[in-house]
Design a protein around this ligand. Sequence first.
Ligand code: APR
Length: 235
Amino acid sequence: MPDFKNGKIIVFSGAGISAESGIATFRDSDGLWAKHDPNTICNYRNWESNYELVHSFYNKRRKELESKLPNPAHKLIKRLEDEFGIINITQNIDNLFEKAGCKNVVHLHGELTSLRCIRCECIIEIGYKAYDFSPCPKCGAERLKPNVVFFYENAPKYAELYTIFNNICDDDIVLVIGTSGEVVNICYLLNKGYKILNNLEKCPSIDENIFDSVYYRNASVALPLIYEEIKRLKG
Ligand code: APR
């Protein structure tokens, strides 16, 4: 019989947890990739040939982020962090977990509020401002990149993801929220632990049968129920 009381809580999230805060997802019918071509604005192989367009796209999303607020789902994840401690891994580049007070969030795909120098790799915090095409303050390189992992780009944080998931044991609880599984094949990484899924609807790349508990509803409605379920498991 697993000892959830002494196990870890691992939270893995995607764009769906921020949808109710007014941040578009990617693959829903009204998602970002329905309106913008990811091969033009999120493709490491050609982004420099679309340099101004790429920065215009991320400048706009950065500006929009300033007024976005965490929703009840983010706040309940913060509550789980306060009460039990969590490992919080997100694919999201927004800072809504941080705005909710979460610490040590692992951003697998980078963060919208910073830039990265493609020569010296230094990270430059930019907050919600538009990049003004100034050179790298450290090495003087002319071009900086949004600190967001593009398609075909190396994603160093995945090593941390695999380590975390390789160390999941039967006493742990894994909460997967708001992801289609189209980029991180989360079901492939999941084998041990008590698994909880929250999405808006069934997704082809997420096998609901591997989960112990499934909630197909808005994250802000599901999380209060999931919080109570985790409290029961934790005794
Ligand atoms: N509450 C809960 N889940 C929701 C909600 C909501 N209000 N709205 C949407 N969802 C779910 C959808 O059911 C879907 O499964 O969120 C998921 C969104 O899927 P995607 O748009 O594919 O987002 P995500 O899985 O985070 O994408 C992964 O793809 O393009 C890359 O780098 C990008 O990090 C992103 C990655």
